[in-house]
Design a protein around this ligand. Structure first.
Ligand SMILES: N[C@@H](CCC(=O)N[C@@H](CS)C(=O)NCC(=O)O)C(=O)O
Length: 246
């Protein structure tokens, strides 16, 4: 653990990829500041985040391309899976062995692949365009996502969980991967209630894992607090009913 609080940099109004970092920090009761959600007068806001991304703030190493990124002491690191690989051993959220840590990272990278495809459901053509400007393409993309890719990814994660004994995605105790799986299921349930409902009986292990993670005392308190931003139509998981019918 660093002596100073961790500083998390992420867009202030959405859960997005930042949530995959908030969850382990909250679960471990770690001291952290969600910098862009702090007032500008206190060194917060989006401007503070951009100073690091533009290189205006000197970084010992590459400046982050995009959020989330984490400052731990003098170290500034980006990429969700990379940040989790750094945090997990420090927060007691991965086992000791090299194999287990590599497998946790492997799963985290697969989750990152899935996240890109989830984002594509509302932005299949260009990140720079609004959803309203790519609605027909979103509907077509989401038909394939819901019919093929979502069952393929979730079926894979279900098998991984089952093969590992059904309690945890990796190792013998809760890890950052379990927390990320919670977020994936919670997000898909928000965005695609019909499609996830139809799949639920094929992924009983993941549904139960979601409930166990949500019941962890520090996470339950976090989820009920104003620190947990509600899902909305600006983030990664968006509820557009017309897409859930795709
Ligand atoms: N692979 C990166 C993706 C980071 C990313 O796409 N961040 C988004 C917010 S969730 C962003 O604002 N990116 C800036 C951009 O793509 O221009 C990760 O997993 O952290």
């Amino acid at each position: 653990m660093t002596a100073q609080p961790y500083e998390l940099f992420y867009w202030p109004g959405i859960q997005g990829r930042g949530e995959f970092i908030r969850l382990p920090l909250e679960d471990a009761g770690a001291a952290y500041v969600d910098v862009a959600r702090q007032p500008e007068e206190q060194g917060g806001g989006v401007k503070a985040m951009f100073r690091w991304m533009s290189g205006e703030q000197k970084v010992d190493g590459p400046q982050p391309f995009g959020p989330p990124f984490l400052k731990a002491g003098d170290l500034v690191i980006a990429q969700t899976a990379n940040i989790l690989q750094f945090l997990a051993p420090r927060l007691g959220l991965v086992g000791e062995s090299e194999g287990e840590r590599l497998h946790a990272h492997q799963l985290q990278l697969t989750i990152a692949d899935f996240v890109v495809e989830i984002h594509g459901t509302h932005h299949p053509i260009a990140v720079s365009l609004y959803y309203d400007d790519q609605k027909p393409e979103s509907k077509r993309y989401t038909g394939h996502f819901v019919g093929e890719r979502m069952p393929k990814f979730l079926g894979y994660f279900e098998k991984v969980l089952e093969k590992n004994g059904g309690e945890h995605m990796v190792g013998r105790a809760v890890s950052t991967v379990d927390l990320s799986m919670f977020q994936i299921i919670a997000g898909l349930e928000y965005a695609f209630p019909r499609a996830l409902g139809a799949l639920a009986e094929r992924i009983p292990g993941l549904m139960a894992l979601r409930d166990r993670v949500a019941a962890r005392p520090r996470l339950a308190a976090y989820l009920a607090s104003p620190r947990r931003l509600p899902f909305n139509e600006h983030g990664l998981f968006r509820r557009y009913p017309e897409l859930d019918e795709a």
